[in-house]
Write a protein that binds this ligand. Structure first.
Ligand SMILES: [Zn+2]
Ligand SMILES: [Zn+2]
Length: 367
């Protein structure tokens, strides 16, 4: 019996001898992104989504320095930067879905061919009645994947991708997207502030005040998280460079590497003074090109967050003295403009972190 693989052939990309070369599309989300899982087991959270390139971005290759030419073979994980072939990052559930699609196609093709064979062999035989089922079709339903909350596109190369709130690299061109993600957070906080204006105009000043306070707390959390995540990434790079240097200098003494565990950082980055010292340990000055005014804004907002978070926004004598305002026992004054100025000042600090990330040499070792 010859089996005609009509359904299976819809996935065919040609044959090598008697072997079919199949290509199946991975399941996609509503925005057209496919699921990717980074192979680096130390990478957290490993899971990201890759989509098509946005048509809104016009590449100016001669004016930009990409780590990798956009669209080149391979992908770099947006979290840890590890490179690999795109097909090696397909998730297990997508692989299972592909196997199911092939199995269903083969099952339908085999059933149809067997039915055809019976009809051909006995169809003209009056003593034998051949009854066959209707033609079989593959029964799979193409799976659907959920988009992640953060959907973005690299402003350098236009590649659309999805991550969990913060990532460092564009998975396509390898550019640092660190500041892009911070700007994304700033836009969300701006929307919270705009909401507080609407609420105030509707007459609920207390809720409006609470919303600005929440936006202030959120902006501090974003700043701390970016400082912390940036530090953990750059510390790894610092160690890598130390190892390289010790190899180059034929130094038999092993370099003293720094291995900060995330859990050991605790609230280390809640305070810019401590964060600055920690970054100096790995050779990065996060106060470089940050003005005294900007540092003062960051310090003031940090103090206010403490009052909002721990004392229902009520100032004690200590806080009155630190903020140099009058009003012990009263609520701490906060304005939307202060939060916006704080975010602008954070940009000046984080640019120093971004410069470190831009200096990371990504590799795309394809195996
Ligand atoms: Zn990774
Ligand atoms: Zn890019």
């Amino acid at each position: 019996m010859t089996i005609k693989f009509k359904n299976l052939e819809t996935f065919s990309k040609g044959k090598t001898g008697s072997t079919y070369n199949l290509e199946l599309p991975t399941p996609t989300s509503s925005s057209g992104k496919s699921e990717m899982i980074c192979k680096n087991v130390a990478c957290k959270p490993q899971h990201f989504m890759m989509g098509p390139r946005s048509v809104n971005i016009i590449l100016e290759l001669d004016k930009k320095t990409f780590k990798f030419e956009p669209g080149a073979v391979g992908v770099n994980c947006p979290y840890c930067g590890e490179g690999n072939y795109e097909q090696n990052l397909i998730s297990d559930r997508d692989k299972k879905a592909a196997v199911k699609m092939v199995t269903e196609a083969v099952y339908a093709d085999t059933a149809n061919s067997f039915s055809d064979m019976l009809k051909k062999a006995f169809g003209n035989n009056r003593s034998i009645t051949v009854k066959t089922s209707p033609r079989a079709y593959p029964k799979y339903v193409r799976p659907y994947r959920e988009d992640l909350l953060r959907n973005t596109e690299c402003l350098d190369c236009g590649r659309c991708y999805g991550v969990y709130a913060l990532a460092f690299f564009c998975p396509d061109c390898g550019s640092s997207n660190f500041m892009q993600h911070f700007n994304h957070e700033s836009v969300l906080i701006d929307k919270q502030l705009a909401l507080s204006v609407d609420v105030k105009e509707s007459g609920d000043s207390e809720l409006a005040y609470r919303l600005v306070g929440n936006a202030l707390e959120d902006s501090l959390t974003v700043f701390e998280t970016f400082l912390k995540r940036g530090f953990l990434l750059l510390e790894k790079e610092y160690n890598k460079n130390l190892i390289e240097q010790s190899k180059d200098s034929q130094n038999i003494k092993s370099p003293s590497l720094k291995n900060t565990e995330e859990k050991d950082l605790k609230s280390r980055f809640q305070n810019l003074y401590n964060a600055h010292l920690k970054y100096l340990d790995i050779g990065i000055d996060i106060k470089l090109n940050v003005s005294e005014t900007e540092l003062q804004i960051i310090s003031s907002i940090t103090q206010k967050r403490h009052v909002i978070g721990h004392n229902l926004s009520l100032m004690d004598s200590n806080m009155v003295e630190k903020l140099d305002v009058d009003g012990e026992g009263k609520t701490v004054p906060i304005a939307a403009k202060e939060v916006q100025d704080f975010l602008t000042s954070c940009v000046c600090v984080l640019k120093n972190v971004d410069n470190g990330i831009k200096g990371i040499k990504l590799e795309r070792v394809l195996t």
